[in-house]
Design a protein around this ligand. Structure first.
Ligand code: SF4
Length: 492
């Protein structure tokens, strides 16, 4: 994944800093609560929502099971329609392909539709290194780019900014990137939107190369689909002479009939709309209309490895609606940057460690960035059991041992806690295999219960500091049973 986030501290440290920022917390709380309430109303309007959710889950599972077949069908369809398909195993390969394609046009500027996949691979930075400037055209992405910031939400990348901050960014930075903000710009939404519209319009009219992602790819016809709310995507997809789309391999669906399900669930889950204001579809190239050249870069970048994991692969069903972020109590307080990835919130906590592996400090900490309350699963329109995957990934991290730093190097060590846990389990096995010793130990624990510490020492300290230790009873259960019911401790 992108180098943008490399070296991020582990989630608890980053979250600790974010929680101390009252402005950030206020912005996030206001935004997530507003979107979540609207989403709930939009979903309640649909009587067969549960059936749609189940259908979406089944379509995605079926497609992932036969991904090889559908990707080959997609390649054939795109090629037959006049497009060119490129396969990229990782971020470096995808960036190289895109940079070479842009250079072949002789252009030094591109306009971009909002795209998670291109953020994932750090495309803008890679193009910059090749002397190519990429202009983000989605309003929130523009705010992030001008502010030299990082996105913090899948759908609303500048959710951590309020109107006053956006006004300041526009007033200070727009001039360096093109048309400056109008004099005397205020923080009213209409004025901010107009400033962005004027700034971007000259980019759309000048651009010869457009770069996009896609929400879906339809294998049967080779059609790509982008849904959006502002119309900037439509401009990028139709005005330039060359269009390059970078799309994760999991975005394929077999047929238009399958697509119909997601075009109902995605807008309601993401922006709480009945349908997206702009749904753009394109199939290869068409003479006299739209781009003359179309390239599709199919991106793996860890997806095949994720697919190989029976529990974790359900993360690939994700349609990036961001509903799970908006209901997550951890995301609401920690914000998106703490997740150290372009995929924040609950889906980021299960997707990033699978795409990138759990070797780095930040990725090893992400599966723990959750209270396992299950709200994310409840709202997910493709029924991804995020808590199940989190627990599964915690197991993977625990088995891998502790992640530590040696200078700039991240190294894996057998975790102390893990060794202590193994020792405790060995002691338990010994005691449970010897009923006499177990009974003697329980009686001793009961008699000395007033001397027991209120918290555990050593590696158990953090665990017991946040929990109340259960009191040891005055009388072991087996003794109580024998005294009150008679017979042996087995109850005979
Ligand atoms: S995991 Fe589910 S709720 Fe979260 S972004 Fe993906 S599809 Fe939406």
């Amino acid at each position: 994944m992108s180098g943008t986030f490399v070296g991020m501290p582990a989630f608890p440290k980053a979250a600790h800093e974010a929680v101390g920022n009252a402005t950030l917390r206020g912005n996030l709380r206001h935004a997530t609560h507003t979107i979540r309430a609207k989403r709930a109303r939009a979903v309640a309007e649909v009587p067969d929502w549960a059936e749609l959710r189940e259908a979406g889950k089944r379509i995605k599972d079926h497609t992932l099971r036969h991904l090889d077949r559908y990707l080959v069908q997609l390649e054939e369809s795109v090629t037959a329609a006049g497009g060119t398909v490129h396969w990229a195993a990782d971020a470096d390969e995808a960036n190289r392909i895109v940079a070479d394609l842009v250079k072949a046009t002789g252009e030094r500027e591109v306009v971009k539709v909002k795209s998670m996949a291109t953020q994932e691979i750090g495309l803008n930075e890679a193009l910059e290194a090749e002397g190519i400037r990429a202009y983000e055209t989605d309003l929130a992405e523009l705010i992030v780019q001008l502010g030299k910031d990082r996105p913090s939400h899948i759908l609303v990348p500048a959710i951590h900014r309020n109107r006053g901050e956006i006004r300041d960014i526009f007033a200070r930075k727009m001039g360096a990137w093109g048309r400056p903000a109008p004099e005397g710009l205020t923080d009213t939404p209409a004025e901010l939107a107009e400033a962005a519209r004027l700034h971007l319009r000259e980019k759309f009219l000048r651009a010869k190369v457009g770069i996009s992602g896609a929400n879906f790819m339809v294998a049967e016809t080779g059609t790509l689909v982008v849904v959006e709310s502002e119309g900037n995507g439509r401009m990028c997809l139709t005005l330039p002479e060359t269009l390059i789309s970078v799309v994760g391999i999991e975005k394929v669906v077999p047929t238009w009939r399958d697509l119909e399900v997601f075009l109902q669930t995605l807008p309601r889950s993401s922006t709480a709309e009945r349908m997206n204001p702009y749904t753009s579809t394109w199939t290869g190239t068409t003479s006299e209309d739209g781009p003359r050249e179309f390239h599709l870069v199919l991106l793996d970048n860890g997806r095949t490895d994720t697919l190989a994991d029976e529990v974790g692969r359900q993360a690939l069903r994700c349609i990036r609606c961001s509903a799970c972020l908006n209901v997550c109590p951890v995301y609401e307080r920690a914000g998106g940057h703490a997740y150290g990835s372009v995929y924040p919130g609950p889906i980021g906590a299960i997707l990033s460690p699978q795409l990138r592996g759990t070797q780095s400090e930040i990725d090893a900490s992400l599966p723990y960035a959750s209270s396992l309350c299950g709200a994310c699963y409840e709202v997910c329109p493709v029924a991804i059991d995020i808590p199940e995957v989190l627990v599964h990934l915690r197991e993977r991290v625990a088995q891998g041992g502790e992640v530590t730093r040696d200078g700039n190097k991240v190294v894996l060590k057998p975790a102390k806690g893990h060794a202590a846990e193994r020792a405790a389990m060995r002691a338990a096995r010994w005691a449970f295999a010897r009923p006499g010793a177990l009974r003697a130990g329980q009686r001793l624990a009961s008699r000395t219960r007033r001397l027991h510490p209120r918290s555990l020492p050593g590696p158990g300290r953090a665990w017991s500091e946040a929990r109340e230790m259960p009191p040891v009873p005055a009388e072991p259960f087996r003794d109580w049973w024998q005294r009150t019911r008679g017979g042996t401790e087995e109850g005979k």
